[in-house]
Design a protein around this ligand. Structure first.
Ligand code: CA
Length: 223
């Protein structure tokens, strides 16, 4: 899952990106509203976390601006402006949820899961493929009913392939599922993740095979 965080407190943004990363969420971060719309043009986000007091304006102004581009990406406002009147303002402008600072990461995660459950793309929360069941929102995999421990990036690759099983998934799509836009991606990093993942899936008897479509991407098939 990939989200956009629009937040000007650098320390908070870094801590939050790290905490969300532990839950398997890739975070793109910007401090400015001006950059945010452009980022939503370039990337596909599952959700957007939005601060209100930003250096280049009131965060809420982003909501109608995004909706005008035809995107209905869920937006959760994260802000110290947390009076009832302010919450009403945010929700009425089209925010999907509103959370006052300070907050617990666990509560933000629960609220993210709640807004994502309403999104048609992720409505099928658990992905069944081969003998596996993958829960992308809780970042867990079972084979049969036995939990399979995977490193985070491998799990993200697995979920991206499983969601589009029997279809070729482009390298760029897989990289976007695993890395944020600030991370430098080594050219063979994806292949290394896949080769380790492949071995683990075989060892676990997961009942799937990952095929390399040379120069294009990868394809997951049930066996
Ligand atoms: Ca702020």
């Amino acid at each position: 899952m990939r989200i956009l965080l629009i937040e000007d407190e650098r320390d908070l943004a870094e801590a939050l990106s790290a905490a969300l990363g532990k839950h398997g969420i890739v975070t793109d971060h910007t401090m400015h509203l001006a950059d945010a719309i452009e980022l939503t043009r370039q990337n596909l986000y599952d959700a957007i976390l939005l601060d209100r007091r930003l250096p280049d304006g009131e965060g809420l102004s982003f909501i109608p601006a995004l909706r005008r581009t035809g995107k209905d990406t869920p937006i959760i406002v994260l802000t110290a402006r947390n009076e009832p009147k302010e919450r009403i303002e945010g929700l009425d402008l089209g925010a999907d949820d509103y959370l006052g600072k300070p907050f617990l990461v666990e509560e933000l995660m629960a609220r993210l899961r709640a807004v994502l459950r309403r999104s048609p793309e992720l409505s099928e929360l658990k992905i069944a493929v081969g003998r596996m069941e993958i829960d992308p929102l809780h970042l867990s995999v079972t084979v049969g009913s036995v939990p399979l421990d995977l490193p985070r990036r491998e799990l993200l690759v697995l979920a991206a392939l499983a969601r589009r099983k029997e279809k070729t998934v482009l390298r760029s799509t897989l990289e976007a599922a695993v890395y944020n836009y600030e991370e430098e991606i080594q050219s063979n990093a994806l292949d290394a993740h896949i080769s380790r993942l492949r071995k683990r899936l075989i060892d676990a008897g997961a009942g799937v095979a990952i095929h390399n479509i040379r120069g294009v991407g990868y394809l997951m098939k049930e066996e």
